[in-house]
Design a protein around this ligand. Structure first.
Ligand code: FAD
Ligand code: DLZ
Ligand code: SF4
Length: 522
């Protein structure tokens, strides 16, 4: 009687539901498969991070006395798919039962649901209890609501968990200190160096494998320094608390050239694969507040991201998939410009964010939302094009968290299910929150004509083109009032220049670099 406990690459948690009640005769199965390494063209560091973390996790289970069957990517008998590797393992171990924890992606759940019939053995799919809110809990919260605002879900989760609560009231008297968290970075403020982890022998082997097999994928591998064990992830968490948490709130929305990490946690990849749990990081953050090691606006800001946004996007994903992914409320249809992959663009903010992404498989939230995301929204990039990009390029990207952020928060493709209005912004926002514009050939203060920041042209054009879907939204009243105050001729100029810019972007990149906007005026 052998039970197979099948653990996926983002289920690297010792307390995982499918590892409860393991018996001495059970076998833990882990498989590296081409299907998962290539379903989008993942950044090289993302593949390396997951395979290295999987191999280390398997070692730690063996050290704890588990029987582990681990299939490596370069095993000649490897069939390349989760289902076929499970079938081979069922036969190899004469298993009469399979236990799994529900996956993070719809596509894998569909696979799992077919396994019992395909394999001829019972397959038990257990809840993923690493989240504060189960799928059923979120569905109960959502039931009967006309809109699903994160803030209300978050307040309920604060009450339910007791995090940052004083009796039935929020600590400090407010639920949300976001208004305090929008400072730009003072020029003399230098963010701390971040803890990186030199590859050990296991990781070095994975890095060679990734270079050999996926050398043509996007991204640098040389700068790899992610934690790949729980011990390292705990060290990274501790380092964040010691050096960054106190400033996390104040500069949460800031951007600075040459500073890809600022005071952010760099914790999402560890949380998403299970090296850290959401509960432990929230409790540790609360502890820092209770011991006066960090101010309330920082700790509340951090807990809101993990207990609020992270849980909320997961709940929404499972509540609305698979239809969610198919919506396209603004009818966006443009191809993703090549510069999202090459970084070769004269928009300094885009080049900086894309090059950070290439180097680190990481960009912080405001870069993702207000630079590459904002551009995709304003330029009308087709949802599936830009979603695949986000799913591929970030080390923390799994569809349950990527999709609501891109489809809902960035693109408004769900028609406002997640966000009450599009996060559309002109160059003025980027100029206020960053120093990017100082090194740019465009000028955020110029609205049209030579030197005009393309975000300005695209912003007004976006409002004009999407008037029928957006003008009735009370939160868009102000931008539409400003638009309507413009003379017709001005609106026509903005539209014409925006179109010229978009057309220039669609052209193939010439060897010497694509034409600049200024060239188009010659
Ligand atoms: P911090 O700024 O330090 O935040 C702390 C933690 O809060 C993060 O580690 C993360 O677990 C959580 N968090 C913060 N914001 C969000 C959010 N909006 N949704 C869910 N969790 C959040 N996050 C991912 O984990 N995977 C993704 O694929 C992903 N794609 C995104 C795509 C876009 C377009 C946008 C706008 C956001 C995306 N996010 C994604 C959310 C967020 O940007 C990242 O979680 C964050 O940048 C990770 O870096 P950090 O650990 O330094 O975060
Ligand atoms: C992302 C990923 C990659 C790159 N490789 C593997 C793998 O070889 N084996 C595996 O079990 N999981 C991998 N993963 C993570 C899965 O894609 C993830 O478990 C599913 O997307 C469900 O969230
Ligand atoms: Fe980006 Fe415009 Fe600023 Fe250039 S001027 S960095 S394109 S916002």
């Amino acid at each position: 009687m052998t039970t197979l406990r099948f653990i996926l690459g983002d289920q690297l948690t010792r307390g995982l539901s499918s590892l409860n009640d393991v018996k001495a005769t059970d076998v833990v199965l882990m498989v590296e498969v081409t299907e998962e390494t290539t379903y989008v063209p993942h950044h090289k560091q993302k593949i390396a991070f997951i395979l290295a973390a999987m191999r280390h996790f398997a070692e730690s289970l063996r050290d704890d006395g588990f029987k582990v069957d681990y299939v490596r990517l370069d095993d000649p008998a490897n069939t390349g798919s989760l289902t076929a590797e499970l079938a081979r393992a069922v036969a190899r171990h004469l298993a009469d039962r399979v236990v799994v924890t529900e996956p993070g992606e719809w596509r894998v759940l569909e696979m799992m649901q077919g396994w019992a019939a395909q394999l001829g053995v019972p397959v038990e799919i257990r809840d993923d209890d690493r989240f504060f809110a189960s799928r059923a809990r979120f569905a109960r919260w959502a039931e009967g609501r006309k809109s699903y605002r994160m803030e209300y879900f978050y307040r309920e989760m604060r009450k339910e968990t007791g995090l940052l609560m004083e009796g039935d009231q929020p600590a400090g008297g407010s639920w949300n200190y976001d208004a305090d968290n929008r400072k730009s970075l003072p020029p003399d403020m230098v963010p701390p160096d971040r803890l990186r982890f030199p590859p050990d022998q296991i990781t070095a082997e994975v890095l060679s494998l990734v270079q050999e097999r996926f050398g043509d994928h996007f991204g640098d591998l040389d700068s790899f320094g992610w934690a790949v064990t729980r011990k390292q992830a705990l060290a990274a968490l501790d380092h964040f608390f010691q050096t960054c948490l106190q400033h996390f709130g104040d500069f949460q929305d800031a951007m600075k050239k040459g500073e890809p990490f600022l005071f952010h946690g760099l914790l999402s990849s560890y949380l998403n694969v299970g090296l850290l749990t959401a509960r432990e990081v929230c409790l540790a953050a609360e502890d820092a507040f209770r011991h006066a090691a960090a101010p309330l606006n920082a700790v509340e800001g951090f807990i809101r991201q993990v207990l609020g946004w992270r849980e909320y996007v997961r709940g929404l994903y499972w509540l609305k998939m698979p239809a969610y992914r198919e919506t396209n409320a603004l009818g966006a249809s443009r191809r993703l410009p090549d510069f999202y992959w090459t970084g070769k663009t004269d928009l300094a903010c885009m080049a900086e964010t894309i090059n950070d992404t290439r180097q680190n498989a990481y960009a912080h939230h405001i870069q993702r939302l207000m630079v590459t995301g904002n551009f995709a929204l304003l330029a009308g990039i087709a949802p599936n094009e830009i979603e695949d990009w986000y799913l591929a390029v970030y080390v923390d990207a799994f569809e349950w968290v990527e999709l609501p952020n891109v489809h809902g928060m960035v693109l408004f493709a769900d028609g406002g299910l997640l966000a009450s209005k599009p996060y559309a912004a002109s160059g003025a926002y980027i100029d206020r929150m960053s120093d990017y514009c100082r090194g740019c050939i465009y000028n955020p203060d110029i609205k049209s004509g030579p030197g005009a920041c393309p975000f300005n042209l695209l912003y007004w054009n976006f409002l004009i083109e999407n008037r029928s879907q957006l003008a009735g939204n009370p939160r868009m009243a102000m931008p539409y009032r400003n638009l309507d105050r413009m003379p017709d001729a001005r609106r026509a100029t903005l539209m014409r220049e925006a179109r010229m810019f978009l057309e220039s972007m669609d052209r193939p990149i010439p060897v010497a670099g694509r034409p600049t906007q200024a060239d188009l005026f010659e």
